[in-house]
Write a new protein. Structure first.
Length: 416
C-alpha cells in the first residue's frame, strides 16, 4: 500500500518546517532507519525549505507509527508536529506526488525547481537501496506525468514574479542574452532572483553593485561576474545592456545625466532598465532618453498578473492530465496484484506436477505398464489441481455464495 506523510508551506510555519528538514549528508542513514520499521517495505524522502515528505510502500497502514518515527528521528514531541502533518494513501498518494512534481502544490504555481528536487530524492533513495518495484515505478511514472504537463500545457511559460517578468522582457528586446552584460544594483531577494533567472537564460556577464561588497560578490559568483561598490557604478554603467535595480535607498541611484553619459559611450546601443525599488532607484526622466527601455514595478505587475492567470488555466489542464495518469498507474498496480496471484497458482500447479511426475517415473522403473502409469498420472494430476477449488465451490454453494460461483464460471470459461 502506498503512503505519503508530510508537511509543507501551506500546513506549517517555517520554524516547524526547519525542525523537520533531513540533512543531505544524513539522508542515507535516515532512509535505512526508516525501512528498518517492520511495516515499511520501500521508502524515499523529499526534503526542501518548503516541504518534507516521506513516500512509502507499506505492508499495513501504520500512519501513527510513521509519525512517531518522524518525531523521534528529529528529537521532537509527537504532539507538537501532528497538527501540521497530512497523509495520503493509494490513489491520493499517487495524485499528490504528481501534483508536487508539476509544481501545482508549490508556493509559486508551476515552478520547475521542485521536479529536480524530486529527482534528487529518487536518486538518493535508489543509492540507499530503499526503492523497490512499486515506489520506484511510481517515481518514474511521476516524472513522465510532469514531462507531459510541461509539454502539453503552458504551466511554466508565463512569468509569475517581477524578476522573471523583467528577464522575459529583456529577452524580447535582445533575443539571446549570451552576448549581453547585466548590471544588478542591490543584494536583496529580488536581485538574487534576477541573477538566477538571468543565469538560467544564459546571460553573458554579471556585474553586481552593492554597498556591502561581500554580499554583491556572493550573487555575482553565481554567474560569470564580479562585484563592485555602488559608488563605482558610473565607471561601469556603459558596459551594461541590462540594468536591474532594487535597493532601499531613499534617493535615486541613477540620474538622467549619468545615464546620458553612458549611452554616449555605448554609441547609442539600447539599454533595458528595470527599476524594482519603491521609492524609485532610477529617475523617471531616464525613461525619456532615446535607446533606453525603462520599466518600473507597476509596469511589470501587469505582466505578472497576466502570467498568473495563464498558469491557473494551465493548472486546470494539468489536473485533468494527472487524473488520467493516476488511473493508468492504478491499472498497472492492479495488474501486479494479478501477476502475484497467477505466479502463486502456477507455482502450486508446478509443485503438484513435479510430485506426480516423479511418482510416475518410479512406477515405470518398477516395470509397471506405461499405459497404466500415464492414465493414473493424468487422473492424479487432474484431481490434485481441482481438489481445492472444487471443495471451495461446494462450500460456496452450501452457503448460497452465488457471486463466487459466477466468478468461477467466468474464470474457467464454463458454459451452462
Amino acid at each position: 500500500m502506498l503512503l505519503t506523510l508530510g508537511l509543507n508551506h501551506n500546513t506549517a510555519p517555517i520554524d516547524i518546517r526547519e525542525k523537520l528538514v533531513f540533512a543531505p549528508e544524513q539522508l542515507n542513514d535516515s532512509l535505512q532507519a526508516l525501512t528498518n520499521l517492520s511495516s515499511i517495505e520501500e521508502a524515499a524522502i523529499l526534503s526542501t525549505c518548503n516541504r518534507t515528505e516521506i513516500y512509502c510502500d507499506v505492508a499495513t497502514l501504520q500512519t501513527d507509527e510513521l509519525i512517531a518515527w518522524l518525531a523521534s528521528h528529529h528529537r521532537l514531541d509527537e504532539k507538537n508536529i501532528r497538527e501540521y502533518l497530512y497523509s495520503h494513501t493509494e490513489q491520493q498518494s499517487i495524485k499528490h506526488m504528481s501534483r508536487v512534481a508539476c509544481g501545482l502544490d508549490s508556493m509559486v504555481l508551476g515552478e520547475p525547481q521542485i521536479l529536480g528536487q524530486m529527482k534528487t530524492a529518487y536518486q538518493r533513495a535508489a543509492e540507499a537501496g530503499t526503492l523497490g518495484k512499486y515506489l520506484g515505478r511510481l517515481f518514474q511514472h511521476t516524472f513522465q506525468v510532469a514531462k507531459k504537463v510541461r509539454t502539453d500545457t503552458a504551466i511554466g511559460s508565463s512569468p509569475v514574479s517581477i524578476a522573471f517578468a523583467g528577464v522575459k522582457l529583456a529577452q524580447q528586446i535582445f533575443g539571446q542574452l549570451k552576448n549581453q552584460t547585466a548590471l544588478l544594483i542591490g543584494a536583496g531577494e529580488t536581485i538574487e532572483l534576477s541573477a538566477q533567472h538571468l543565469k538560467e537564460q544564459g546571460i553573458g556577464r554579471l556585474i553586481v553593485a552593492n554597498r556591502t561588497l561581500e554580499k554583491a560578490h556572493a550573487i555575482a559568483s553565481q554567474g560569470n561576474g564580479y562585484a563592485i561598490e555602488i559608488k563605482d557604478i558610473p565607471e561601469h554603467l556603459a558596459e551594461a545592456d541590462i540594468i536591474v535595480s532594487s535597493t532601499a535607498s531613499s534617493l535615486p541611484i541613477l540620474g538622467k545625466g549619468s545615464v546620458e553619459t553612458a549611452i554616449a559611450k555605448r554609441k547609442h546601443k539600447p539599454v533595458f532598465m528595470m527599476d524594482l525599488a519603491v521609492p524609485h532607484d532610477i529617475e523617471k526622466e531616464v525613461g525619456s532618453l532615446s535607446d533606453v527601455y525603462l520599466y518600473c514595478v507597476d509596469d511589470l505587475k501587469n505582466i505578472v498578473d497576466d502570467g498568473l492567470q495563464s498558469r491557473r488555466k494551465a493548472a486546470e489542464q494539468a489536473e485533468d492530465i494527472i487524473d488520467i495518469q493516476v488511473s493508468h498507474f492504478q491499472t498497472w498496480m492492479r495488474a501486479q496484484d494479478a501477476s502475484k496471484t497467477i505466479h502463486q497458482l502456477r507455482s502450486q500447479a508446478e509443485k503438484s506436477r513435479e510430485e506426480l511426475l516423479q511418482k510416475a517415473i518410479n512406477s515405470l522403473n518398477k516395470g509397471q505398464p506405461a499405459e497404466h502409469v500415464l492414465e493414473r498420472l493424468a487422473n492424479d494430476l487432474t484431481n490434485k489441481i481441482l481438489h481445492s477449488p472444487s471443495s471451495t465451490l461446494k462450500q460456496a454453494a452450501s452457503e448460497g455464495n452465488n457471486e463466487l460461483l459466477s466468478a468461477a464460471q467466468q474464470l474457467f470459461n464454463l458454459k451452462n
